[in-house]
Design a protein around this ligand. Structure first.
Ligand code: C2E
Ligand code: MG
Ligand code: MG
Length: 640
């Protein structure tokens, strides 16, 4: 009986145990199926916490997880009393439960941890009572732990709880580790995706700016033509091709005349418009088979494939013709002309730098000789000094006062007296002899030295006027003033400070060029007005070569007009020129201006000018420009 009763108790226990087991196994199965399909890590922690709490009947269950830094841990999941407040808290690893688990890598299930410090112990005793702790050990890493606090029903956690929770932990830890890995991967994937999007965007930006940069580094933004470096590149390619195939080609350098003045007087924006329009006309003429580029400033280069001397020169002439019609820009009519240097491959050079240098020399000769087009001439071009050397030499010349003023008389046709002269600069290079004044003036202008030079001319002229005055001789001296100097505000300041002007007694005259009338009208009026107030008279030089109208002149304080020598010299051969000269004299007189004819070389021309009522004549017929001593002798002989 007793044994039966025993059996019954045993049976009962067993049955109860089995039931427990079934419930537990069911719980475990549910847990695994739930977390196995769960991808959200926080949800995994939450499920684990709830199930573990049920498994060991804890009042509170927390899941501390070691953070990536391995210095702190965070309660990532929790269920039961106070769990909500605690989840999300982080603590240093050497503190509290997780720290203990981390240090020992083993479980605890009886009462409060005896290895906690007194302070911590009190805390856990007060707050928790009893604790069950199981490490969560993943396959690769230590993850953290599962901590149950206070068994429900005032019981203690027992070995069964320990075993159950340990088994539970060993299985869920893998699921947790996997979920953590998935989350990490997801984070990394997201990051990579973001990076990729960013990278793609950056790549796009980069290739766009690369394209822009490439464009900027190879093309000229004003005209859209290839720039100097792309030109060199294409030139080199073409040269190699021409050499391989035994082909010839022509190289042209096209330089606009007086572009500096257009830029300075009309402003850079209009200057750019001019360049753009010039490029457009050239392209329209050339069509496709060529390499036209803008080398910079007002200089264009053109490579004409497979052309001979005659064809190159013909193309050059046609290019100049493209500029015949003036440009209409901002309702202004702007006349543009150019000088073209031509060289040929293979006659004039076998490499790019030689060919460019030779074409440049030809262009320089075209410009200084006022010839339009000039073909490279080995003899002539090598005897003219290069620009670079000239700049250095001119700087020295300015410092050492190597310049000299020559004087050319203007004869008064009414009384045959010489009452005025033009002072013209001369420069004798120590080795090369006289350098053409057109050439050195151009270099002085281009290198910004013209102001200093002009000051010297003015002061030298004033000194001469004063000397003549001391001898009771009343002769006016005209000096040439470059547009650049005239339009420079510093020039007015210079004149203001020049006390000797007062001593010139009205005998100082400035010759200014017609191109000036392209300038800002108001500023020009102001400048010229100021000069007149100082007692300096104004003369318009080279009249007829620009595009100004006499009507515009009317409003300016100008007293003299010089008809350009190109009209005078051909007057006896060209009826057109004679008509132009005649009508210019009449119109000028109507405006109250006196007229000087430049370039009078023959008696016949002089006679004709007299008949037309021209006031003064200047030219080789009367005298070439000569040094002062010779001029004095000339005056004495003239009977002045
Ligand atoms: P420009 O002011 O028109 O000077 C007249 C030029 O014509 C001078 O050339 C003179 O020698 C030349 N000429 C005079 N009569 C005759 C003639 O009957 N036949 C021919 N074929 N030519 C004649 P030059 O001295 O070579 O000067 C050339 C230009 O250089 C001048 O033209 C002027 O624009 C410029 N220039 C000369 N000296 C100066 C200067 O001191 N300052 C500035 N800014 N320019 C100067
Ligand atoms: Mg002059
Ligand atoms: Mg002149």
């Amino acid at each position: 009986m007793a044994s039966k009763q025993f059996q019954t108790v045993d049976e009962l226990d067993l049955r109860q145990d089995l039931h427990h087991r079934e419930v537990e196994i069911e719980l475990l199965q549910e847990t695994f199926s739930e977390i196995g399909s769960e991808l959200d890590l926080e949800r995994v922690f939450q499920i684990v916490a709830e199930r573990a709490r049920d498994l060991v009947q804890a009042q509170t269950l927390l899941i501390p997880i070691l953070d990536d830094n391995c210095e702190t841990y965070t309660y990532r999941g929790g269920a039961g009393v106070h769990a909500k407040e605690i989840v999300g808290e982080s603590l240093p690893l050497d503190f509290g439960i997780c720290g203990w688990v981390w240090r020992h890598k083993k479980a605890w299930w009886r009462g409060v941890l005896d290895e906690l410090s007194d302070e911590e112990r009190n805390y856990w005793e007060k707050e928790a009572g009893s604790v069950i702790l199981i490490p969560l050990q993943g396959k690769r890493h230590f993850l953290g732990g599962i901590a149950g606090f206070n068994k429900r029903g005032e019981e203690e956690f027992d070995r069964r709880d320990l075993n159950m929770l340990s088994m539970f932990a060993s299985i869920v830890s893998i699921a947790i580790e996997n979920a953590m890995a998935v989350q990490k991967m997801e984070e990394v994937r997201q990051l990579t995706e973001d990076y990729q999007i960013q990278l793609q965007r950056l790549n796009r930006q980069l290739s766009e700016s690369n394209r822009e940069l490439e464009y900027l580094s190879l093309y000229d933004t004003v005209t859209g033509l290839p720039n100097r470096s792309l030109f060199r590149d294409r030139f080199t390619q073409h040269l190699a091709l021409a050499q391989a195939q035994g082909q010839r080609f022509g190289l042209l350098l096209i330089d606009l005349n007086n572009f500096k003045e257009i830029n300075e007087t009309l402003g850079h924006e209009r200057g750019d418009q001019v360049l753009k329009n010039v490029a457009r006309r050239f392209l329209a003429y050339l069509g496709g088979n060529n390499i036209l580029s803008r080398l910079g400033g007002d200089e264009f280069a053109l490579l004409l494939p497979d052309v001979d001397r005659a064809q190159s020169l013909r193309h050059a002439g046609h290019l100049l013709q493209q500029l015949d019609a003036p440009f209409d820009i901002d309702s202004m009519t702007i006349a543009v002309s150019a000088s073209i240097g031509v060289s040929l491959f293979p006659e004039h050079g076998a490499d790019i730098s030689t060919l460019l240098r030779h074409t440049d020399l030809a262009m320089f000769r075209a410009k200084t000789g006022k010839r339009g087009v000039s073909l490279y001439d080995p003899v002539a071009d090598h005897s003219s000094p290069g620009m670079l050397m000239m700049t250095a030499d001119l700087r020295k010349a300015l410092e050492q006062q190597e310049f000299e003023l020559y004087y050319q008389p203007k004869v008064n046709l009414r009384n045959n007296r010489i009452d005025s002269v033009e002072a013209l600069g001369r420069w004798q290079h120590p080795q090369r002899g006289f350098v053409s004044s057109t050439m050195f003036i151009r270099v002085l202008e281009q290198t910004g030295m013209i102001d200093r030079y002009t000051h010297w001319v003015i002061e030298t002229a004033i000194e001469q006027i004063r000397l003549w005055q001391s001898q009771q001789r009343d002769i006016r001296i005209a000096v040439n003033i470059s547009t650049q100097t005239l339009m420079n505000p510093d020039f007015m300041i210079y004149l203001e400070g020049l006390d000797s002007i007062a001593d010139s007694g009205g005998n100082l005259q400035f010759e200014i060029t017609e191109n000036l009338f392209l300038s800002e009208y108001d500023r020009l009026c102001e400048t010229l007005g100021y000069i007149c107030q100082l007692g300096i008279t104004l003369s318009i030089d080279d009249f007829g070569t620009g595009y100004s109208s006499l009507g515009r002149l009317k409003k300016l304080p100008v007293s003299e007009l010089k008809i350009d020598c190109s009209f005078i010299m051909d007057m006896d051969k060209s009826v057109d020129d004679e008509v132009i000269v005649h009508s210019t004299i009449e119109l000028a007189h109507n405006l109250g201006l006196s007229v000087v004819a430049e370039g009078v070389e023959s008696e016949k021309t002089c006679q004709r000018l007299l008949e037309m009522g021209c006031d003064m004549a200047q030219g080789f017929l009367i005298s070439k420009p000569v040094p002062i001593e010779q001029f004095e002798r000339f005056l004495a002989e003239w009977g002045n």
